[in-house]
Design a protein around this ligand. Structure first.
Ligand SMILES: NC(=O)c1ccc[n+]([C@@H]2O[C@H](COP(=O)([O-])OP(=O)(O)OC[C@H]3O[C@@H](n4cnc5c(N)ncnc54)[C@H](O)[C@@H]3O)[C@@H](O)[C@H]2O)c1
Length: 560
């Protein structure tokens, strides 16, 4: 039976039939032959997802001192129904990822259609042609409960399968560069043995040349620069692998301005990634308790942080917003904790801070539902009968990436409590975590399973028209600092909604003037870490009473 893969825009692509593989390999061999004549190295990027697609383009776009391209890149993607569409799209010169960075689309177009240094394929035979293989497949950490990261496991399947396939196909002197964020120890204790065994079976006596260098890519307006113009850490399993990885990175990345950190062993590079992200997760989680303290004691945490930030030693203190999402921060610490027991064999429990931080971050957004409930209650409106508009579905401002966003949990908890949800996000067309909640991110691991009454959320569609979304709503939740929300005028919001509404600020989006104006318009305002709103509310009430007194005094004076 014919199988199809459908792109996010709805275009259907038939998966290749068995007889197409040989033809496809011929196509690649011919291209590679021409490219080798031009003196170019062949780089296969395995996995053209968020990271691999842009990394492939960065490598394909790189040039030597004379301005000539040094590399020919083959983006390789397994032809699954879920992901195959990325290949034909790339081969048209279109990005398979949604990117707010204006550099991404022209770069991919340029490399595919003009420089002709980039192509994409579904056949693993491409690996036979590689001088360098860059591994950008996913390595997930699957959590079994909400708010308990230790109850989970690394999902190494895609990575282990990929490494076996690579070892079966590559030439012995090809460099395999793992960019995937992995459980520390993976390159030496998982990848190396897998590849060595396959090499021995193939009669290859030499050791595989393996290296690790993690990605620090940031989705958003600086997507490309965060790969090309940024510092890298790397390490190889032996001196030859280290020499090759340093040479490769120096040729494709701007290491003149952003020098490489070359570490002694891959486990050090792998640990660097996990510690880096656990550090960030921890400083974010740390403010959760102070956010509650602020709410309960009349303190505006946003102003407190601004006051602290002026100290150069504390300039990276960050307000956490409604939960910490993105693909990396919620999982990376989990990979480290898992590795300690399952790769290195330790039984004791040395990890205290890292799991606590992730658990706090994973559940922080549930508090937004409580604030919404309380604000509506103050307006004598029951949450279960309320229409609520959530502004922002993505995990951070001005990007369309919804992976593990705090907003997902807000929608799930409020739905469980009976509210009707609408969502607006100018960067997100499809919120797959809901639209495909029975299969995304995997059939068994939707966050749906931690909440009741979630079935109707399969029909949740993102509104693109803000006015339409606001119309008739009882509450609006400012969840993400998208630029579209920063200057919304309270008078306009209330007028469009049709009546006063509850306003929940999750990210310090409202300044005091706006908060005051919402109260003057008979709205109720609450916010994460924003205890001072009560003071503003009292001030508005006092001013109103004063005005009424003045009016009644005037009235009295008129009568006498
Ligand atoms: N997305 C980010 O912001 C980011 C930032 C830094 C690091 N990382 C790390 O980079 C790695 C990749 O992340 P991503 O966001 O690109 O993931 P992704 O899920 O978008 O992409 C992975 C791709 O690999 C493909 N794949 C899986 N098995 C394959 C196989 N056997 N052969 C060929 N292709 C295969 C998948 O189909 C998918 O297209 C992860 O380890 C992640 O933690 C991601």
């Amino acid at each position: 039976m014919k199988q199809y893969s459908t792109s996010p825009d709805g275009e259907k692509f038939q998966l290749p039939e068995p007889e197409e593989y040989a033809r496809e390999f011929e196509r690649l061999k011919n291209m590679v032959h021409d490219q080798r004549d031009k003196g170019r190295e062949i780089v296969v990027v395995m996995g053209v997802g968020f990271v691999g697609a842009v990394m492939a383009a960065v490598v394909a776009d790189s040039e030597g001192k004379n301005g000539n391209p040094l590399k020919f890149v083959i983006g390789m993607q397994r032809p699954s129904t879920r992901s195959y569409w990325k290949i034909p799209l790339l081969n048209r010169g279109l990005p398979p990822v949604q990117a707010e960075d204006p550099e991404v689309a022209p770069m991919i177009h340029r490399c595919v259609n003009e420089k002709k240094t980039l192509t994409a394929t579904f056949t693993y035979d491409a690996l036979k042609l590689a001088d360098v293989v860059v591994v950008d497949v996913q390595c997930d950490y699957l959590k079994e409960s909400l708010g308990d990261v230790k109850n989970g496991q690394a999902d190494m399947d895609a990575l282990e399968i990929s490494l076996g396939i690579i070892a079966e196909h590559i030439t012995p002197d090809a460099l395999v560069l793992i960019e995937t964020t992995v459980a520390p120890g993976t390159t030496e204790q998982v990848a190396y043995p897998i590849m060595r065994k396959v090499f021995r079976k193939r009669g290859i006596e030499s050791d595989p040349l393996l290296a690790h260098s993690f990605e620090r890519v940031m989705p958003g307006r600086h997507y490309v620069a965060s790969i090309r113009d940024f510092w890298r850490v790397c390490s190889g399993t032996n001196p030859e692998a280290t020499r090759k990885v340093v040479k490769f990175l120096e040729e494709v990345i701007n290491t003149d301005e952003y020098p490489l950190s070359v570490l002694n062993r891959p486990i050090e590079s792998e640990t660097a990634k996990i510690v880096e992200n656990s550090f960030r997760a921890t400083i974010l989680a740390f403010l959760d308790e102070w956010s509650l303290f602020a709410e309960r004691n009349g303190v505006d945490l946003i102003k407190v942080l601004e006051a602290i930030k002026v100290r150069p030693t504390h300039s990276n203190i960050i307000f956490p917003g409604p939960g910490i999402g993105g693909y990396c921060l919620p999982k990376d610490g989990g990979l480290g904790i898992w590795a300690y027991r399952h790769i290195h064999g330790f039984e004791d429990d040395i990890f205290k801070v890292t799991p606590l931080a992730i658990n706090i971050n994973d559940t922080r957004s549930l508090h937004v539902a409580q604030l919404t409930r309380d604000a509506l209650r103050n307006m004598s409106r029951p949450l279960a009968a309320a229409e609520i508009l959530l502004l922002g579905a993505s995990y951070r401002e001005d990007v369309g990436d919804t992976r593990y966003s705090g907003s997902e949990l807000i929608v799930r908890r409020l739905t469980e409590m009976g509210a009707e949800l609408r969502v607006h996000d100018p960067y997100v067309q499809h919120w797959w975590e809901f639209e495909k909640q029975d299969e995304y991110p995997s059939p068994t691991h939707s966050l749906k399973r931690f909440f009741r009454n979630q079935d109707k959320l399969g029909d949740l569609h993102i509104e693109q028209d803000l006015s339409q979304a606001l119309h008739g709503t009882d509450a609006v939740i400012f969840a993400v600092r998208h630029k579209h929300y920063l200057d919304l005028d309270p008078d306009k919001v209330v007028e469009t909604a049709g009546s006063p509404l509850a306003v929940i600020d999750c990210f310090g989006i409202l300044d005091d003037t706006k908060i005051k104006r919402y109260f003057e318009l008979d709205c109720e305002v609450k916010g994460l870490g924003r205890g001072h709103v009560k003071r503003i509310k009292d001030q508005v009430r006092a001013e109103r009473e004063e005005m009424l007194l003045a009016l009644s005094a005037e009235h009295q004076a008129d009568r006498t």
